[in-house]
Ligand binder design. Structure first.
Ligand code: B12
Ligand code: SF4
Length: 538
C-alpha cells in the first residue's frame, strides 16, 4: 500500500522544524508499504492540491496529524482526500480529545474514516494492516489485552533511518545559496532543525496544558544509548551532505529527572555526539549548576522556558506555582554565563492580569541577559482543566474557537481586563521587545562577546519577530532591514575587523562546538517567507 502522512500548516505562520510523529510512524510502518511525507509548512498545499497529489501518486491511505490550532485546515484537507475515495486516519492531540468531532458524531460532517487516540506507536501498525484489508475501524485506542490503557515504555524505540530519509523539503538553506554555502568550512549547504525525543510525559499538570492529560504523568525515557546513536546518525548525515544539523529535544521538560538528564548529557559528550541543541526546561530545574555546565558542554544553545507570568498569583491560578518569578533573573544569568540563552515565553490574559501587564513584564525582561521573549494569550485547549473551569463558569466566548482559527485572539473573557485590552497587551509586548531599539540593545549587551554571539542574537530576534508580525514577502523584509540598518551596519563593519569572529567567549565551553551558525541559517531560510513559528508554552 502507498501511504501519505500529512501535517497541515496553520495558514498563518510557517514552522521551522518538521514534525516527529511523521518520521516515527514511518519508521513503525510494517514492511511492504511505502510511506510518503508531506509537511504543509515546507510544501504548502490546498484542498485541490492534496486531492491531486493523492491521485497522481496512487495513495491508498492518508494519515493526518494536527494540533488544535491547525485542525480546521486538517479537516478541510481530510474532506478533500475523502472525495477521492481514499480513507483518512487522523491522530494527534486534538482528535484524541475530540474524536467524535472528527468522526461526525456531534451532528457535524464526518472528516475521518478512523481516529487514533493518544500515542499511536503500537496502534499504527494495526491501522495499516486493517486499511490494507479494507477493514478500518472507527477508533483505535492504545489498550492492552485486558482493555487497560497502555503507553509505550520507549525502551524499545525505533531507529529512525536518518541516513536515508528524504529530507529535501526540510532544508532551511535557500536553494539559491546552497552550492556556495556547501563550500564554507565543513559545509553549510543544508541546515536542518530535527526533532528528537528523549522522553515523554510531564507530571506538573499546568492548567492550560494538554501534555499531562495526553502523555500522562508517568514519565518514560529512551535509553541513553538510543538517543546518542540517533545524534551520531544525524551528525553523519550532515557531514555526508556538507551541511549542518541542530536538534530540538522536544521533551516537554527535558530535565524533569535531573539525574537522568545529566547522565544523558555526559554520554553525549563522551560519545562525541554533540550537536547544537534547543530544549524546553522549566526554570525550577535550572537551579542546578552542574546541569547547566553539562547543557553548555553538550551543545545546548537555547533553552525554552515557560515563564508564563511574573505574577505569582497568576502562576498559582494555573497550577504553575513551582515557577518563582523572583529567581528568573538568576536562572537566565546562570545560563548566559555559559553562553546559553533563553526563549522566555509569557502568557497574557490570565485572571490576575490588569492593563499594563506587558510593560511590567518588559521592565523585568530588560534587566535580564538578552534572549527571545515571546508573548501569547491564555488559550483554553479542549479537555484541559482550564477549558473545563472556564466552561463551567460560563466564560467561554468562542467555545469551539478551533473551528474558526484566529491567531492571537482570546476565546474567553479575562477577569480583570477586557478581551481587547488583553490583545493590546500582547501587541505592546511584541512591539516593544522587537523594536529596532530593543534589538540594538540586545546586540550591545553582548559587546564583550565574539561577534558570532551578537549576530546570533540579532538574527534570532529578527526571526522570532515573525511569530507576531507578518514578514511575508520581500517588501516586508526590506522594511525590517531598513528599520534596523544601524545595527546591521555596525555588525557588518565589525565583521571585517581581523579576529572579530574568534575572540574569547565569557566562558569557553569545555567541548568546543561551533557558535552562532544555526540561527544564521534559520534567518537565511526565513528570508524566503519570513515567518517562524511560536514555541509551545513549555
Ligand atoms: C515540538 C512542539 C512544537 C513545535 C512544532 C511542532 C514540530 N515541528 O515538532 C513548535 C515549537 C514550533 C510548537 C509550536 C506550538 N505548539 Co507545540 N508542541 C511541541 C511538543 C513539545 C512536541 C510535539 C511532538 O513531537 N511530540 C512527540 C510526538 C511523538 O507526539 P505527537 O506529536 O503527539 O504524536 C504521537 C500521537 O499524537 C500520534 N499522532 C500524532 N499525529 C498523528 C497522525 C496520525 C495519522 C496517527 C495515526 C497518529 C498520530 O502518534 C504519535 C506517536 O505516538 C508538544 C508537546 C508534546 N509532548 O507532544 C507541543 C504541543 C503539541 N504544542 C502545543 C501548542 C499549543 C503549540 C502552540 C500553539 C504554542 C503557541 N502558543 O504558540 C504552537 C503552534 C504551532 C503552530 N504550528 O502553529 C500543544 C498542542 C495542544 C493542542 N491541543 O493542540 C502541545 C501538546 C503542548 C501543550 N502545552 O499542550 N510546538
Ligand atoms: S506547561 Fe510544561 S511543565 Fe506544565 S504541564 Fe505542560 S509540559 Fe508540564
Amino acid at each position: 500500500m502507498k501511504i501519505l502522512l500529512y501535517n497541515p500548516d496553520n495558514g498563518v505562520t510557517r514552522n521551522f522544524m518538521p514534525h516527529l510523529w511523521m518520521f516515527l510512524l514511518q519508521a513503525l510502518t510494517p514492511p511492504g508499504h511505502e510511506v510518503l511525507l508531506v509537511d504543509g509548512n515546507a510544501q504548502r498545499m490546498d484542498e485541490a492540491g492534496i486531492a491531486q497529489f493523492v491521485r497522481d501518486n496512487n495513495i491508498e491511505l492518508v494519515g493526518i496529524g494536527a494540533m488544535t490550532r491547525m485542525i480546521a485546515k486538517a479537516y478541510r484537507m481530510a474532506d478533500a482526500v475523502r472525495t477521492t475515495g481514499v480513507p483518512v486516519v487522523m491522530g494527534g492531540p486534538h482528535v484524541t480529545e475530540m474524536a467524535d468531532e472528527a468522526l461526525g458524531r456531534y451532528g457535524g460532517p464526518r472528516h475521518a474514516d478512523a481516529v487514533a487516540l493518544g500515542e499511536a506507536d503500537a496502534t499504527w501498525p494495526r491501522i495499516v494492516e486493517d486499511a490494507a484489508r479494507g477493514q478500518l475501524k472507527d477508533v483505535y485506542a492504545p489498550v492492552d489485552a485486558f482493555g487497560q490503557e497502555s503507553k509505550p515504555t520507549l525502551k524499545e524505540y525505533p531507529v529512525i533511518p536518518w541516513q536515508s530519509i528524504d529530507l529535501k523539503q526540510f532544508n532551511l538553506v535557500p536553494k539559491a545559496v546552497k552550492a556556495t554555502l556547501q563550500k564554507i568550512g565543513e559545509g553549510w549547504g543544508t541546515f536542518r532543525l530535527i526533532p528528537v525525543e528523549s522522553g515523554r510525559g510531564c507530571p506538573y499538570g499546568c492548567e492550560f496544558c494538554t501534555v499531562t492529560g495526553f502523555f500522562g504523568d508517568s514519565i518514560r525515557f529512551r535509553t541513553n544509548e538510543s538517543v546518542v546513536n540517533e545524534l551520531l546518525l544525524l551528525k553523519a548525515r550532515a557531514r555526508s551532505e556538507k551541511g549542518q544539523m541542530a536538534v530540538f529535544f522536544i521533551d516537554d521538560n527535558f530535565a524533569i529527572n535531573i539525574k537522568r538528564t545529566k547522565s544523558l548529557l555526559r554520554d553525549i559528550i563522551a560519545a562525541g555526539a554533540q550537536v547544537h541543541w534547543v530544549a524546553q526546561i522549566s526554570a525550577n530545574l535550572l537551579r542546578d549548576e552542574e546541569l547547566v555546565d553539562l547543557i553548555a558542554d553538550s551543545g545546548g544553545k537555547w533553552i525554552f522556558i515557560g515563564m508564563e507570568s511574573i505574577d505569582p498569583a497568576n502562576l498559582k491560578d494555573v497550577n504553575k506555582g513551582f515557577n518563582k518569578p523572583g529567581e528568573y533573573g538568576a536562572v537566565l544569568e546562570r545560563l548566559a554565563q555559559r553562553n546559553v540563552y533563553a526563549i522566555t515565553s509569557f502568557i497574557f490574559g490570565m485572571d490576575n492580569d490588569t492593563t499594563g501587564v506587558a510593560e511590567r513584564t518588559l521592565a523585568q525582561v530588560r534587566t535580564w541577559p538578552p534572549g527571545l521573549p515571546i508573548f501569547g494569550l491564555l488559550t483554553p485547549l479542549p479537555a484541559t482543566p482550564l477549558y473545563k473551569r472556564l466552561e463551567k463558569a460560563g466564560r467561554l466566548t468562542r467555545p469551539k474557537h478551533w473551528q474558526e482559527f484566529i491567531p492571537f485572539a482570546m476565546a474567553h473573557t479575562p477577569l480583570k481586563m477586557s478581551i481587547e485590552e488583553a490583545h493590546a497587551e500582547v501587541s505592546y509586548g511584541w512591539d516593544e521587545a522587537y523594536s529596532p531599539a530593543a534589538l540594538a540593545h540586545a546586540v550591545e549587551s553582548l559587546n564583550d562577546q565574539p561577534l558570532g554571539y551578537r549576530v546570533n542574537i540579532f538574527l534570532a530576534r529578527l526571526c522570532f519577530r515573525g511569530i507576531y508580525f507578518p514578514m511575508m514577502g520581500k517588501m516586508a523584509w526590506l522594511k525590517v532591514i531598513a528599520q534596523n540598518r544601524r545595527t546591521i551596519f555596525k555588525l557588518v563593519r565589525e565583521g571585517f575587523k581581523a579576529g572579530a569572529w574568534r575572540g574569547r567567549p565569557a566562558r569557553i565551553p569545555a567541548i568546543p562546538v561551533p557558535q552562532a551558525e544555526p540561527v544564521v541559517a534559520i534567518a537565511q531560510a526565513a528570508g524566503g517567507d519570513g515567518r517562524v513559528i511560536a514555541f509551545p508554552a513549555d
